[in-house]
Each structure stands twice: as structure tokens, then as C-alpha cells.
Design a protein around this ligand. Structure first.
Ligand SMILES: [Zn+2]
Ligand SMILES: [Zn+2]
Length: 468
């Protein structure tokens, strides 16, 4: 510090000391919105700002200007926030990001990718000089505007196009493709309870992050929480296998590879333990106790599958659909598809209750139960044989003769099963699966699933698992 500076003159900062709006509340401004206001007030270009930050942080921050939202996760972003704080003299800018979680959360916490942002149409319609964009909009699992309680939007109301990030306010408020204004009255949809619960947890996460604190949450606290959870799961015998696997998998990845969780994983762990995000964040050690597990006897699967799992759910449903459309004379139990594609049944039913219900009912009608086990065994054998030899075009008869005899099927039953297995083979073949996978990118799969929940909200089983 310059000792010759007269003490009664202000200590100017490089950038004007603009304050972040809404600190300490769920309406807190995002750092992205703050930087945009700063650029508009000072007229500094993004490129100038980026190259300055690049020099100041010894190259840690890229010299290329990016309009990606700043969530404060990862070393480069933390360095960028600190530099902004130094340039403006405002030590609170970090609370406009998820900085408080920077030692815990994965930098890949954005589920839908950087090329898709969400906004509140009413906020845009009522925009004035005091307006700003809240941090909560940057969390893609959140879907309600903290100011208006109406749905956030991701697509242009006129042409349906997704919108890129931009640092120009005027550009943000109109569609990048057709130019239609993105602001309007908004709507409040009736979403299933699970989605409300997830949105509430995102608000709690933001509230935790905007509460002024000197250090981020400790990685060790998260580790402690997870190992406590694992012990609880161990003590709780009835936990479904796939949940146990998922929990142990998360635990193992954390301990062995120090893999950081995404917001989605945190939500799932909260649901698994039956606690709120606030309990997990403010008292991670206390919240992992074994007693909490018991009220969750109704929990059948984790609320939010990984995006890749959501895509498998899509593939499974479409395969079942194609298979039944061909009117096979025999239907294997739905568990066959569940096992084949490695999805879990409750998730599948939640994604398309009507289709699953129809399939299960048709299955139940077709054979007396004492015979169904045998038929199913033959079907599985046939499928495995057929899939082993994808080019085989010889009729079902030859393949079946031996198997059918061994399983004591009569010739009519054997014919049915053989024909069904041939029809199923086409749906399960690698080429069919690949084309189904091409229809649904991993990036859109989770969004698709959440939309399914919205359409079939009433039938959704998930709501039952959410504690009020
Ligand atoms: Zn709003
Ligand atoms: Zn448009």
C-alpha cells in the first residue's frame, strides 16, 4: 500500500465497487448477471476483462472470453471470483455462485450442457434498470423462478429454439433464431411432488451458498456423511440391491478416485437418507446417522437417475413398444427387458405407467402361472442362442426342438415361444438398440424423463417417497 496516500481520499479500485444484489436471500444475483451489469456500466469488453484476469491469475483463467455461467466450481473459477473481488473491492461476489460448495461439487454439475440456459418469462417481461438474473436460474434441476414462482423456460415460445448464453441483456431477452421476445406472463404448471421437492432442495442449496461464510464446505465432511450413509445402508437389510449398489458405487468412487458428486447425486443421497439438502449441508456428520433410514421404507429407487440411465429407460420402453406392436404370440415378463437393458422397474413404470401397465396385464392373461416359468426359461434360452448368432436366418423350429423337449413344452407352446423370441431378437439386436440410442442423446435423456413425469404426474409413484 502506498504510504503517501492521504488517508481522507478514497482507495479506488480498478473496477467500480458495484454491490451484488440480493445477498443472503434465495433471490441472490448470479455472478454472471453481475459481470454483465459491470460490463454494461463500464463499457469494458469481455475480451479485455478475460485477458486482464488471465494475466493477473498467472494463466489460471483462460484468456478467451467465455459466456458460460460462472457457478464457482473448479480452481479456475474460484481464481476468477477472487480476482473479481479484488478488482471491485467487494468481498461478497462469491455468494453469487456455488463457491461454498467448490471443494465438494463436481464442475460438471450442469445436467443439460452449457448451450441451454433457463429464464423466467415474467422477469423478462417486467425487466427494468434494477433487474438482474438470480443464481437459482443457473441450477438446471430448479424449475421455478424464486421471484414469481412461475415455471422457468428453456425454449423460445415461438420457434422452440434453445437459447445460448450471452453477456448482452437485450440479446438474452429475445430468441437467437427468430427474434421473438422471451418475456411473457409465464405459467405455473402442476408438477409432481418429487419435482417440487427437488426444486425446494435447490433453493436450500442456494440459501446455504449465499449465507456469508469464510470457508467452503469441507470435502472431509462429505466423506464422513457418505461413509455414515453406507453404514446405515448396511444395517438396513431391506434396501433394494440396485440402491445398495448405487450407494456403494458412489462411496467407492469418492474414496478411491476422489470423484466429486453432482447436484443430482446430492439430491439422491438426501432422498435416500430422508433428509433435506439443508440438513446434509449444515450438519453432514449428524445427518448420516442410522436412525434416519427407517422412515424410508417406501423408497424404491433413487428419484433422479443418471442421464445415461435415463437413456436406457427410453431404449427399454421403445423396445417393449416395438416388440408388442408385432403381436408376438408369447410375451416374456417385463422383468426380462428390465434385466436385459439394466434398468430398474419402478423407474421404468414411472416413465410410462400406461405402457408398462398394459404390458404387465397382457402377460398375466396369457398362460397359467404353473407353465409360465417353463415358457420363460425356453424363451431366454432361445434369445441367448439367437443373439449369439445374429446372422442366423433358419426358422424357429430347428432351434426349438431340443429345448422344447427338454423343458416339456408341447409343440404349440414351443412354436409360440420360438416365434416370440425371433420377434424379440430384432428389437434387442445391437443395430436396433443403436438406432434407439441415436434418437435420444444423453444430454436430453434426463429432460425427457422429467417431462414424462410432468405428463403422467398423477400416476407417478415417486411422490409417495417424498417426505413433506
Ligand atoms: Zn421471475
Ligand atoms: Zn424463436
Amino acid at each position: 500500500m502506498d504510504s503517501r496516500r492521504p488517508f481522507n481520499l478514497p482507495n479506488w479500485t480498478v473496477l467500480p465497487p458495484l454491490a451484488l444484489k440480493g445477498i443472503g436471500t434465495v433471490l441472490v444475483e448470479s455472478l454472471h448477471s453481475y459481470v454483465r451489469r459491470m460490463m454494461e456500466i463500464t463499457g469494458i469488453s469481455g475480451l479485455d476483462l478475460a485477458s486482464y484476469l488471465h494475466d493477473q491469475t498467472g494463466g489460471l483463467v483462460s484468456a478467451k472470453w467465455t459466456s458460460r455461467p460462472m457457478l464457482g466450481l473448479g480452481a479456475a473459477e474460484v481464481a476468477r471470483i477472487k480476482e473479481f473481488e479484488r478488482l471491485t473491492g467487494m468481498r461478497t461476489l462469491r455468494f453469487g455462485t456455488l463457491w461454498a460448495m467448490s471443494d465438494v461439487l463436481s464442475i460438471n454439475s450442469n445436467l443439460y450442457g452449457a448451450k441451454s440456459r433457463q429464464w423466467c418469462p415474467r422477469c423478462y417481461a417486467e425487466w427494468d434498470d434494477e433487474s438482474y438474473e438470480p443464481l437459482l436460474w443457473s441450477i438446471d434441476i430448479a424449475w421455478r423462478c424464486p421471484g414469481h414462482d412461475c415455471d422457468l423456460e428453456r425454449n423460445c415460445p415461438a420457434c422452440g429454439e434453445r437459447q445460448f448464453e450471452s453477456y448482452r441483456t437485450a440479446r438474452r431477452m429475445q430468441c437467437g433464431r427468430c427474434g421473438c421476445g422471451l418475456g411473457h406472463n409465464g405459467r405455473r404448471s402442476k408438477k409432481p411432488m418429487i419435482m417440487r421437492w427437488m426444486d425446494d432442495q435447490c433453493r436450500l442449496l442456494v440459501e446455504f451458498c449465499v449465507n456469508p461464510r469464510s470457508e467452503p464446505m469441507l470435502w472431509g465432511d462429505y466423506l464422513y456423511f457418505l461413509s455414515g450413509l453406507r453404514e446405515s445402508a448396511h444395517a438396513y437389510g431391506d434396501l433394494e440391491t440396485h440402491m445398495r449398489t448405487l450407494l456403494y458405487g458412489t462411496d467407492l468412487r469418492v474414496r478411491v478416485q476422489s470423484q466429486r458428486p453432482t447436484i443430482r447425486t446430492l439430491l439422491n443421497l438426501c432422498a435416500l437418507q430422508g433428509i433435506s439438502m439443508a440438513e446434509l449441508l449444515t450438519s453432514p456428520r449428524g445427518a448420516s446417522g442410522p436412525l434416519l433410514f427407517n422412515p424410508w421404507a417406501g423408497l424404491k429407487h433413487l428419484p433422479l437417475p443418471a442421464a445415461s440411465q435415463a437413456r436406457w429407460i427410453y431404449v427399454t420402453l421403445r423396445s417393449i413398444e416395438t416388440f408388442t406392436r408385432r403381436r408376438p404370440p408369447y410375451l416374456p415378463p417385463i422383468e426380462f427387458f428390465v434385466t436385459w437393458f439394466g434398468v430398474n422397474l419402478p423407474s421404468l413404470i414411472d416413465a410410462d405407467p400406461a405402457l408398462c401397465k398394459r404390458y404387465i396385464e397382457r402377460c398375466a392373461r396369457q398362460v397359467p402361472t404353473c407353465r409360465s416359468k417353463n415358457l420363460y426359461r425356453v424363451f431366454c434360452r432361445c434369445i441367448n442362442k439367437l443373439i449369439d448368432k445374429p446372422g442366423s436366418s433358419s426358422g424357429p423350429g430347428k432351434l426349438l426342438k431340443k429345448t422344447a423337449l427338454m423343458m416339456e413344452l408341447n409343440s404349440q407352446e414351443a412354436k409360440k415361444v420360438a416365434l416370440a423370441s425371433f420377434l424379440a431378437r430384432d428389437c434387442l439386436a445391437q443395430s436396433s438398440v443403436d438406432s434407439l440410442k441415436a434418437e435420444m442423446t444423453v444430454r436430453h435423456a434426463l429432460e425427457w424423463l422429467l417431462e414424462r413425469w410432468e405428463t403422467d404426474g398423477e400416476a407417478l409413484g415417486l411422490g409417495l417417497y417424498v417426505r413433506a
